[in-house]
Design a protein around this ligand. Sequence first.
Ligand code: URA
Length: 278
Amino acid sequence: MSASRPMVGGKVYHLMAGPGDVAPYVLTPGDPDRVPRIAKYWNEARPVATHREYVTYTGKYRGAPISAVSTGIGGPAAAIAIEELLTLGAHTFIRVGTTGALQEWIRVGDVIINTGAVRFDGASNAYAMPEYPAVASYEVVLALVTAAEELNVRYHVGLAASTADFYVGQGRPGFNNYQPPWARDIVNTLSSMNVLNFEMEAATIYTIANVHGARAGGVMAAIANRKTNEFVPDAGVDDAIRVANEAVRILHEWDQIKQGLNLRYLTMNVIRQWIMKR
Ligand code: URA
């Protein structure tokens, strides 16, 4: 067996999925339990594999081929998932996550669509120099915004900061109240720069997707607000899931129109045709 890109019985080593097991459009929550929760909205769903933190389901949602694959927590685990999903032919990634809002006006339970992410994740440094931006695909962002509008979900659009740690890395006091000087004012610093939220995987996923010419975006449920000091586990998670599933349906419809028009990118013409077909 080759050590450079190991496969076991024709399957990628960590996901334990093989060719044909994964759709081109993949939702990437962190939490393995969120995968069946995402798939329960689909018209068809089959469990593909469960290995370590990686749970994979594949199916169809309103005509679109779709998979959901958990990435575990943090950049390193997410990078492995994206690497292996690219190997299996995935081209579009939508992170469905939870997040801590950094603006007072964002309510717990709202969803946040992240156009880009500050790269405090660590893992993306393996792929690109610090100046390389972690940006979402404008097509994925537009599909997510369109889905949120159609579903009447309260949403915000803007930048995340993806950190390598939930506690000290996000300015929370660590064990024994440990707080290094650079973490003490991180919430206010990022908030003053109009960063909307903390989370832990978007920067890694967006960076790797851009390096390989794939598309990525993300919709996060604000379960916390760090300015108002509120925390409600699971608030907004079902809304984020519904928005992400619908965004896949919309992207798939746009991609079909693009193909018919021989276009590489989403244009107003594609959107006009899409509206006329509805
Ligand atoms: N996820 C995070 O990374 N931070 C939070 O505060 C909540 C969810």
